[in-house]
Design a protein around this ligand. Structure first.
Ligand code: ADP
Ligand code: MG
Length: 235
């Protein structure tokens, strides 16, 4: 049994007196595709923020390989291969698509010009290299966001609702893209409300309800779990 790539151990996050995450523990294996689900406000994005370092944890531990990373600033975690894609794409508006990827590579401490073209091709953006972000369509913007994340050469990529607002066919396209990135060796955690996408993508599901992990396992079993059904059906 190989060591997990990511370990979240008894993580608690409080905002003032409000407990957003309550003793959450989970592991992500090298090469895995994990889906993270739960109702709005259940703490999914907060968990991503705690893992990537944009908010400090209240207690518990976060480990990449077997090293504690929960005191490191976000850019250090990114350098170690922990990269997240933001819920709202925010590339530099005055830079071309290619230059936005260059900046993303520099941020992660992995400057390399030769791979920009490969990355654009992998994401299907090869003819957009010289364009500005505002010239892209909605799905091209999502691809740019994924490309910026991939530019940091992630070992673990966390995507937080990158499919919201896309058409049925576009959602399928992004799922295919994420499957390709995973085949290329990237471990991926997907947070998503579109269950069709979650089920097509995930090898395992974790469900969080009101800051607590209520299920963790096979996607079909998790979606049939009484706690999960209750949370989604709201009864
Ligand atoms: P999800 O991503 O599952 O929809 P979030 O992680 O965004 O949920 O939010 C979980 C809870 O934590 C919500 O009640 C939200 O209002 C609260 N929360 C998130 N960030 C903050 C913050 N910076 N300050 C105070 N409360 C927050
Ligand atoms: Mg969220």
């Amino acid at each position: 049994m190989t060591a997990p790539l990511l370990t979240v151990d008894q993580l608690t996050k409080r905002f003032g007196g409000f407990v957003a995450l309550d003793q959450v523990s989970l592991q992500v294996a090298q090469g895995e595709r994990l889906g993270l689900i739960g109702p709005n406000g259940s703490g999914k994005s907060t968990l991503v923020n705690c893992i990537s370092g944009t908010v400090p944890i209240s207690s518990g531990r976060v480990l990449l390989d077997r090293e504690r990373i929960d005191r490191l600033p976000p850019h250090r975690r990114a350098q170690l291969g922990l990269v997240r894609s933001f819920q709202l794409p925010r590339p530099f508006g005055s830079l071309t698509i290619a230059d936005n990827l260059k900046v993303a590579m520099l941020y992660a401490g992995k400057p390399s010009s030769d791979s920009i073209h490969d990355l654009l091709a992998l994401l299907g953006l090869e003819d957009k290299a010289g364009r500005l972000p505002r010239e892209l369509t909605q799905i091209e913007m999502r691809k740019l966001e994924l490309a910026r994340a991939m530019a940091a050469n992630p070992r673990l990529l966390i995507v937080d609702e990158v499919m919201a607002g896309l058409s049925h066919a576009e959602v399928d396209e992004i799922v295919e893209l994420l499957l390709r990135l995973n085949e290329a060796g990237v471990t991926i955690v997907m947070i998503e409300h579109i269950m069709r996408a979650v089920m097509a993508f995930s090898q395992r599901l974790v469900c969080i309800v009101a800051g607590r992990k209520v299920a963790d396992g096979d996607p079909r079993e998790v979606t049939g779990d009484a706690h999960v059904l209750k949370a989604y059906l709201g009864e």
